[in-house]
Design a binder for this molecule. Structure first.
Ligand code: ATP
Ligand code: MG
Length: 400
């Protein structure tokens, strides 16, 4: 006699949708593993370790092996994961017959419809299931209609869409909380983030990280001209970014001597450019040590004199790696909007001077000539500049 499979009672689960990574045929397994590991790392201490994270045809599922999961707590842990596009709290049933499925659907959707017009939308990833998506939607919709007083079907303009997914198991959910999107953190390689205490660079770091770039944050510190509190501010910014990326240790570059040297040896209108070039040289050396693939800055075209196209051109040759400037084409208000959304804005506007605003000339050049700058710099490099830069790299400390 055939053994009879008795379905488990429906239980609360989380369904995680991931977008773009699913399209990348060659690297798909690599990307999926990264997101899955990230989910596991963030929730492993919950539910006494009884959590299971697994994949079914283009979705991740999170469940407690022994019963329902606490969806709010799980969501608070995983909602910032890069690569995920939506989180759906729902239920799972192991029922495979349409009778069993529609009964489970009634149990889940009953309290959610109350007087509203609805539509059932089915995705059938498991093509072995005997009904098509439309047939399944119709069978469930009819059953709900018969059993929920006051309910109405509206296929064109429903107040609520009831989602059904038929995979190895069957899942129901209603709402999807949008995720961050992007690519799994670190999947694109690593970059040195030049992180000041300002509004822009944390946003630049966030945007690069969302495209899969692992961050190595570096802050150029010039005590006693800049307060130690800027270091705290920068560390606080990294705690906020860390909600997306995981812990981000800060590298602090002692920059005072380089800064004073340049201030004494270059004309004031060229100082900002020369400081930027020194920063890029130091950041490039750190990137080489860390095997990073790029530098990342918060520059936006035309925002200040040092960010005109001429100025950006005049600093670029000091870097030995490509410079990512994720904010390049953004207006300040767009940058501020992102800063507010990701939680860095309130930290960035704490009023302490950063080294560039402190040493900046009243009338910096906004169309510097790259060759003039490079000639001037090479004279200084033959002097003490090379030594100061290599000391700054060597004396960089990591603030955990
Ligand atoms: P931010 O808002 O990021 O401070 P900003 O608009 O003040 O940028 P600048 O001061 O010209 O512009 O700096 C441009 C970029 O240079 C910054 O976004 C950052 O990437 C880098 N930078 C400037 N100062 C520092 C510093 N002290 N430490 C690390 N990076 C810095
Ligand atoms: Mg700044």
């Amino acid at each position: 006699m055939d053994s009879v499979n008795i379905p488990d009672p429906p239980k609360r689960i989380f369904l995680v949708k991931y977008g773009e990574v699913a399209l990348r045929q060659g690297n798909r397994a690599f990307y999926e593993k990264q997101i899955m590991d990230d989910i596991k790392r963030r929730i492993k201490d919950l539910h006494d370790g009884n959590i299971r994270v697994y994949r079914e045809q283009g979705r991740f599922l999170i469940e407690d092996v022994n019963g329902d999961i606490d969806t709010d707590t799980i969501l608070s842990r995983i909602k910032n994961i890069f690569g995920a596009i939506a989180f759906c709290a729902g239920i799972k049933t192991t029922e495979r017959t349409i009778e069993g499925i529609r009964e489970a659907a009634l149990g889940f959707f009953r309290g959610r419809i109350c007087d509203a017009s609805f539509k059932v939308d089915t995705k059938r990833a498991d093509k072995r299931f005997p009904l098509t998506s439309n047939e399944t939607s119709a069978a469930i919709g009819e059953y709900l209609l018969d059993n929920i007083p006051g309910s109405r079907v509206d296929l064109h303009n429903p107040s609520i869409v009831l989602r059904v997914e038929i995979r190895n198991h069957v899942y129901f959910y209603v709402d999807a909380v949008p995720g961050e999107g992007g690519l799994p953190y670190g999947s694109a390689g690593k970059g040195v983030l030049l992180l000041s205490g300002g509004i822009d660079s944390p946003v630049a770091g966030y945007l690069a990280a969302r495209r899969g770039v692992g961050l190595i944050p570096v802050y150029f510190h010039s005590p006693p001209y800049v307060s130690e509190r800027v270091v705290d501010k920068t560390s606080d910014l990294l705690k906020t970014l860390g909600a997306y990326t995981g812990p981000l240790p800060l590298r602090i570059v002692p920059f005072t001597e380089t800064q004073l040297y340049l201030q004494e040896n270059v004309p004031p209108e060229k100082l900002t450019i020369m400081l930027k070039r020194a920063m890029l040289r130091i950041a490039s050396a750190i990137a080489a040590k860390e095997k990073a693939h790029c530098l990342i800055t918060g520059d936006a075209v035309g925002q200040v004199a040092s960010q005109t196209l001429h100025s950006l051109a005049a600093v670029n040759s000091a870097a030995s790696l490509p410079i990512l400037r994720p904010l390049t084409a953004m207006d300040k208000h767009q940058i501020i909007e992102i800063a507010k959304r990701i939680g860095t804005y309130d930290i960035s506007i704490r009023p302490y001077d950063d080294c560039c605003t402190l040493f900046v000339a009243k009338h910096p050049e906004n169309k510097p000539n790259t060759q003039v700058i490079e000639r001037m710099e090479s004279r200084l490099t033959e002097g003490r500049l090379a030594e100061l830069i290599s000391d700054a790299v060597g004396n960089t400390v990591i603030n955990m």
